[in-house]
Design a protein around this ligand. Structure first.
Ligand code: BEZ
Length: 224
């Protein structure tokens, strides 16, 4: 079955983009990466999403996350559409965005990565791309995937939030609870014994008492 599962290595595909031909692993280098797909160029929801993604590019860069978009049109269309996206953002209608857009005109990558939305079709009856979010770690393994239908625009604040959570797990060995926001307390993972947790989290570990008597709800202030 096409698609990617958590822990899978990113395929090292070659593709034409608005910033030239890339090989995906070289593009990622040692960074984190986010690949987000779009149904089609010159469509309203996609334009708002790419505008927001462009505005948030410094936030992704701060987190060492390389951004790349994908849409099933040509490089020429992508460049022309980029002018609209910049204008939508109230900026000069330039062809340049702070990230490349992959041209997947024959849907080869969309099929390989399991990105097609069977409910949304073009005038020829061909399925459009869904709104997929893949976040890859520096080891090029898939750390997160979110799949929206073509008709629902993503929440890029949420995407930054999950990147923060993924990076806390990767670098600080903690998990983040429901509705967590940066600065809130985080959770000690169940596999870490109490003694090790005390050493690892000098700000303290706070356990909530539960009717079961089990001491698994362990919080610690967000590590620096
Ligand atoms: C849009 O980006 O507005 C869109 C694209 C495909 C289907 C529905 C909406």
């Amino acid at each position: 079955m096409p698609g990617l599962l958590l822990g899978d290595e990113a395929p090292n595909f070659e593709a034409e983009t608005t910033q030239g031909r890339i090989r995906f692993h070289d593009f990622l280098g040692d960074s984190w990466g986010i690949l987000f797909s779009h149904p089609r160029d010159f469509t309203p929801v996609c334009t708002t999403e790419l505008g927001r993604a462009a505005k948030l590019a410094p936030e992704f860069s701060k987190r060492n996350v390389k951004m790349i978009a994908l849409s099933i049109d040509s490089v020429q269309d992508h460049l022309s559409w980029s002018k609209d996206i910049n204008a939508y953002n109230g900026e000069q209608p330039e062809e340049k965005l702070p990230f490349p857009i992959i041209a997947d005109a024959n849907r080869e990558l969309a099929v390989k990565l399991g990105m097609l939305d069977p409910d949304e079709r073009d005038k020829d009856g061909m399925p459009l791309t869904a709104r997929v979010v893949f976040v890859f770690g520096p080891d090029k393994k898939l750390k997160l995937s979110i799949l929206y239908p073509a008709t629902t625009g993503r929440n890029f604040d949420e995407i930054l939030r999950v990147v923060d959570s993924l990076q806390l797990t990767a670098y600080k060995k903690v998990a983040t609870p429901v509705d967590w926001k940066p600065g809130d307390s985080v959770m000690v993972v169940p596999t870490l014994p109490d003694e090790e947790a005390k050493k690892l989290f000098p700000k303290g570990v706070f356990t909530k008492d539960l009717p079961s008597g089990k001491k698994y709800l362990r919080y610690t202030p967000q590590p620096e």
